[in-house]
Design a binder for this molecule. Structure first.
Ligand code: FUL
Length: 488
């Protein structure tokens, strides 16, 4: 029999141990993706020169001819907004490939640009890597140029294109599979409408397996994942409640697939769903996805980008911001000004975490141990967290400030390696003798940003977890004052 002291030591160790994980958990590649939070999209192809959004596939490849292509300037422009990766439309619905593929003549090799010797995919991937951004590719499944589209042979062609992209351009962080597919097109001169069976035509599991084999670290995006889901709109907005877990269903309740998903649920996800499948919010800085001269005056201002940031990243999703190069092959001045403004706003707003000044008073700490103390919320280290005993699912945390603080943003993060746990919470402040509730929120996940309609000045702040099926595990708490916003 073990001596009493040893038994007690093991009990202490037991109660200090990590809380059991709950529900679906993120994979290592999903955890890396969660860290990105904001990244850029580049829509660039023949459409840029024909002034269209969806090319028919009958355009002369010669029209692609940027006059001053500068991938480093594009990437550094994205970087001023703090974007951490860039996803390029290597082929849009028109079928024109931005790299010298061996699968089709409808590609950059037959353009006027650099006598057909250029490769936009290579140059953007290299510029990204030079400047420390990750690189991803969009490869449209729908190909309005290809004669074989709609026939079984096309699937082989599509997979060869994917293989070229995933083997010739270094590490890929994300592969973007668009759900838009099937319809009228040039199709090698047939000029007809081709409708495909979305459930079977592409045999997605095989294509995803190929992508996994060639780029195991890349997340695969589509309406239904398997790693990252479409948010269900192109406005860049996740649901006010947005779960990282999601079990998609089709438009009419049938099994969901790429191009057939009930978008009413995509932004919300599934509370305690079976799959970890967080949302990505794609949106363009302009009305269209491609550059059009007439939209130079319609670029979203930094305040609109900030609002979208709250409605995507601040709801546990990611913000994928499209910024399309113009006919020079550079970002337009209007877009650059907005990107810079957003980046400066972000840096100024989140520079000073006022919570760091506070003394923390939790109602419970797991095992009474420093390992799970609430100070972990403030150390800037995402691998440490505040957790409570298993029996305590609705704890409170009081923050006592030495001086009253004024804020209008609260940020919370769960330690998502243990799953998405918290269902709801409330925030109260104390000024003088009185407590008053200032905000409530639902899902937290990777990040929850709460804005108060007016700045709040308080001596104390109280976080109350009001619903959670298991003990919470929170990795960060931030309190910020946005002097210019927060653009509610
Ligand atoms: C959509 C496409 O049809 C648009 O042109 C754009 O590429 C957007 C990101 O996805 O489904």
């Amino acid at each position: 029999m073990a001596p009493l002291a040893a038994t007690m030591a093991s009990m202490t160790w037991g109660s200090e141990s990590e809380p059991p994980p709950y529900g679906a958990l993120p994979s290592a590649r999903q955890l890396r993706w969660h860290e990105l939070e904001t990244y850029g999209f580049i829509h660039f192809t023949v459409n840029t020169f024909t002034d269209r959004e969806w090319g028919e596939g009958d355009e002369d490849p010669k029209v692609f001819n940027p006059t001053d292509f500068d991938p480093d300037a594009i990437v550094s422009g994205l970087k001023t907004a703090g974007l951490k990766a860039v996803i390029l439309t290597a082929k849009h619905h028109d079928g024109f490939c931005l790299w010298p593929t061996r699968t089709t003549e409808h590609c950059i090799r037959n353009s006027s640009w650099r006598d057909g010797r250029g490769d936009v995919v290579r140059e953007v991937s290299q510029a990204a890597s030079r400047q420390g951004l990750k690189f991803g590719v969009y490869l449209s499944p729908w190909d309005r140029n290809n004669a074989a589209y709609g026939k079984p042979e096309y699937i082989g062609i599509y997979r060869t294109q994917l293989t070229e992209l995933l083997t010739q351009y270094g590490p890929i962080c994300e592969i973007w599979f668009d759900g838009a597919n099937g319809g009228t097109g040039y199709y090698g001169g047939a000029r007809e409408k081709r409708v495909i069976d979305r459930a079977t035509y592409y045999d997605w599991p095989q294509t995803w397996a190929l992508a996994r084999r060639l780029q195991p670290d890349a997340v695969i995006f589509s309406d239904v994942g398997p790693d990252v889901r479409w948010v269900g709109n192109e406005d860049g907005i996740a649901g006010e409640t947005s779960w990282a877990t999601y079990d998609p269903v089709g438009e009419n309740g049938e099994p969901a697939t790429v191009g057939n998903v009930d978008t009413r649920l995509s932004g919300i996800g599934t509370c305690h769903g079976k799959q970890w499948l967080p949302a990505e919010c794609d949106v363009s800085i302009r009305p269209g996805w491609f550059w059009h001269e007439k939209e130079n005056s319609k670029v979203k201002p930094p305040s609109a980008l900030a609002d979208l940031y709250f409605k995507s990243v601040g709801r546990g999703a990611s913000h994928l911001l499209n910024v399309p190069p113009d006919r020079r092959g550079r970002l337009n001045e209007a877009d650059l000004i907005s990107l810079r403004g957003f980046g400066e706003w972000w840096k100024a707003t989140f520079a000073n975490n006022l919570a760091r000044q506070a003394r923390l008073k939790p109602t419970n700490v797991r095992g009474g141990s420093a390992r799970h103390a609430p100070e972990n919320l403030l150390d800037g280290d995402p691998s440490t967290y505040w957790a409570t005993d298993d029996s305590v699912t609705t704890p409170e945390l009081r923050l006592e400030f030495p001086q009253p603080v004024t804020f209008n943003i609260v940020c919370l993060r769960e330690y998502i390696r243990l799953g998405q746990r918290v269902e709801s919470l409330e925030l109260d402040v104390k000024t003088g003798q009185n407590w008053r509730k200032v905000a409530a929120a639902t899902s937290v996940g990777n990040c929850r940003l709460i804005r108060t309609p007016e700045p709040v000045t308080a001596d104390q702040l109280r976080l109350r977890i009001t619903q959670s099926p298991v003990c919470p595990a929170l990795s960060a708490l931030g309190i910020f004052y946005d002097a210019r916003g927060p653009f509610l």
